[in-house]
Write a new protein. Structure first.
Length: 140
């Protein structure tokens, strides 16, 4: 199997077209590489979406756990809260890493012409999480 680029150029003599030159270029390698690149980036996109879902699946039960404990036993909640905050801080750092990976995908799209996701600029979200996401009592 080969992928060829075909270019036909007419040859004119005294403004008459009778002959043509056919130029065949083998572009198999670049086509296959582009396809592999696209597949890899689609898989990366899928993995990153799953990563974001997992972060929410961690955060939501933490919030429910903290709320339940605060209602039933405020003293126990005070003891457990630092551990929940520590887990939340780790998840927040993972969120920041995920958002920064969006920048990497944007660079890949720009330089390789492969679009995985069309996202808005996420720099503000990264700054927000870095600046305001360190409140120990706040779960996202």
């Amino acid at each position: 199997m080969a992928v060829l680029k075909v270019r036909k150029m007419p040859i004119s003599h005294e403004f008459r077209h009778g002959l043509s030159v056919l130029i065949l270029s083998d572009i198999t390698q670049s086509t296959v590489l582009d396809e592999i690149r696209r597949d890899v980036l689609c898989q990366l996109n899928h993995n990153m979406e799953q990563f974001a879902i997992l972060n929410d699946e961690i955060r939501n039960p933490l919030q429910a756990l903290l709320g339940t404990i605060e209602l039933k036993n405020p003293m126990l909640a005070a003891e457990i809260h630092p551990f929940i905050s520590e887990i939340n801080t780790i998840v927040r750092r993972l969120d920041i890493g995920w958002l920064e990976s969006e920048k990497v995908r944007g660079m890949i799209k720009k330089h390789y012409g492969v679009s995985v996701l069309d996202k808005d600029e996420i720099g503000d979200a990264v700054l927000y999480l870095k600046e305001f996401g360190h409140d120990e009592g706040m779960l996202l």
